[in-house]
Ligand binder design. Structure first.
Ligand code: GDP
Ligand code: MN
Length: 389
């Protein structure tokens, strides 16, 4: 689960990670009131969405008056913001974070991640703050310092020294920097986060350390023991189809292609998407209906496909091991009666009672094309999508 920057900064404050003074606002007038209350001569207004790249997309603006803050908030709130991380439709902005502007001396990068390869937590730091770490990794890998932590809680002094040297941290900041690392590590463990990223971490001209941005990913599997954090979930930041699918118990991931896929089993679903790509098409989604696919779930899947305007064909690929193909066929036929797709449907059934399933499609006289052979069926689904476009 992702948090908004304003939620992450509130958590940072609780753990003693220094952040600029600020508050969240949901209307333009609230935003300018926040600016007045904070005081100062300049403020930064930041669109709250579950994506980065806001700075370059007009989602982070410096304002010199509370009225200006209100104007920028009015331009952002209630609109969608598109950054290079959001996909073409952008994400809805329902709130802004207003904070006192900082006098930036240096911008640095600091994160704490669950390091799967080393099976521990690792700090990652770079002197190139404000840039995406992936970019730095490909252009200047030598500017990234990674320091793994031992399993015991706490940040040993040598970790602060190694990171501090990598960031060219100066003597006056040494104490604040090691406290920040300790607070970050406590925050990570206490929230069961899988990632905490501060980009940029700044050193102000006055020599103060501040987390100017805050990105926190929480481990979904640990949310059961963090009711307070789970309540911070913002479903508006996810694809609506993914929310609906989650409610129906479907394993669904939205993608941006044109061929809707319904498959049983995650491995087969991955292979099916590869095959579609190989035949020159692009999958509209990942969908694993599970080994215990029911008619209701199949119907729900077709309902979700219908809401996606990009879909040009539906490819159903079922390998009946535990599930019986005739039951799946039953589900698809029932789904058709309730929510007939507007695009061609290609079905490939193999395994237990596949013959019966295919016969049921033929007898239903519905526009369902049963194709035998995975490669052939994928090819047909890709061609059908092209014809429907
Ligand atoms: P992101 O683009 O979504 O990652 O948003 P950030 O919070 O990282 O902001 C983007 C950039 O805006 C930062 O790298 C800073 O250069 C700039 N910025 C943010 N807050 C301030 C501020 O208080 N003062 C100044 N001068 N620049 C800021
Ligand atoms: Mn950032």
């Amino acid at each position: 689960m992702n948090l908004h920057e304003y939620q992450a900064k509130e958590i940072f404050s609780r753990f003693g990670i220094p952040v600029p003074s600020g508050a969240v606002a949901r209307t333009p007038s609230e935003a300018s009131r926040v600016a007045k209350r904070l005081g100062g001569a300049a403020w930064v207004v930041k669109a709250q969405i579950h994506a980065g790249g806001r700075g370059k997309a007009g989602g982070v603006e410096l304002c010199r008056s509370p009225d200006g803050v209100g104007e920028v908030a009015g331009r952002l709130i209630g609109h969608r913001l598109r950054t290079h991380q959001t996909g073409p439709d952008g994400l809805p902005v329902q709130a802004v974070w207003v904070e006192q502007a900082s006098d930036i001396g240096r911008e640095l990068y600091l994160s704490l991640v669950v390091d799967r390869a080393r099976e521990c937590l690792s700090f990652i730091a770079s002197s190139e703050g404000g840039m995406e770490i992936e970019t730095v990794a490909s252009t200047h890998p030598e500017r990234i310092v990674t320091v793994p932590l031992l399993p015991d809680p706490g940040v040993p002094a040598y970790v602060a020294r190694v990171l501090g040297r990598g960031l060219r941290m100066e003597a006056p900041q040494a104490t604040a920097f090691s406290s920040l690392l300790a607070a970050l590590e406590q925050c990570m463990r206490a929230t069961d986060a899988s990632l905490i990223e501060i980009n940029p971490l700044i050193v102000t001209r006055g020599g103060e350390l501040l987390a100017l941005d805050a990105k926190v990913n929480l481990d979904d599997n640990a949310l059961a023991r963090h009711a307070d954090l789970a309540a911070l979930d913002d479903a508006s930041q996810r694809d609506p189809a993914e929310n609906e699918a989650a409610r129906a118990g479907l394993n669904y991931v939205a993608l941006d292609g044109e061929i809707a896929c319904m498959v049983n089993g995650a491995g087969l679903a991955m292979a099916t998407m590869d095959l579609i790509q190989l035949k020159g098409g692009r999958p509209a989604n990942f969908l694993d209906v599970g080994g215990d696919a029911t008619a209701e779930r199949v119907t729900e899947a077709f309902r979700i496909f219908r809401t996606n305007p990009r879909v040009r064909s539906v490819f159903v690929n079922i390998f009946g091991g535990i599930v019986r193909c005739d039951l799946i066929a039953d589900g698809i036929i029932a789904a058709f009666k309730e929510v007939a797709p507007r695009v061609p449907v290609i079905v490939q059934l193999e395994g237990t009672r596949a013959e019966e399933g295919r016969r049921m499609f033929a007898e239903s006289r519905l526009p369902i094309e049963a194709v035998s052979g995975l490669a052939l069926a994928a090819e047909r689904a890709v061609r059908a999508a092209g014809e429907a476009a």
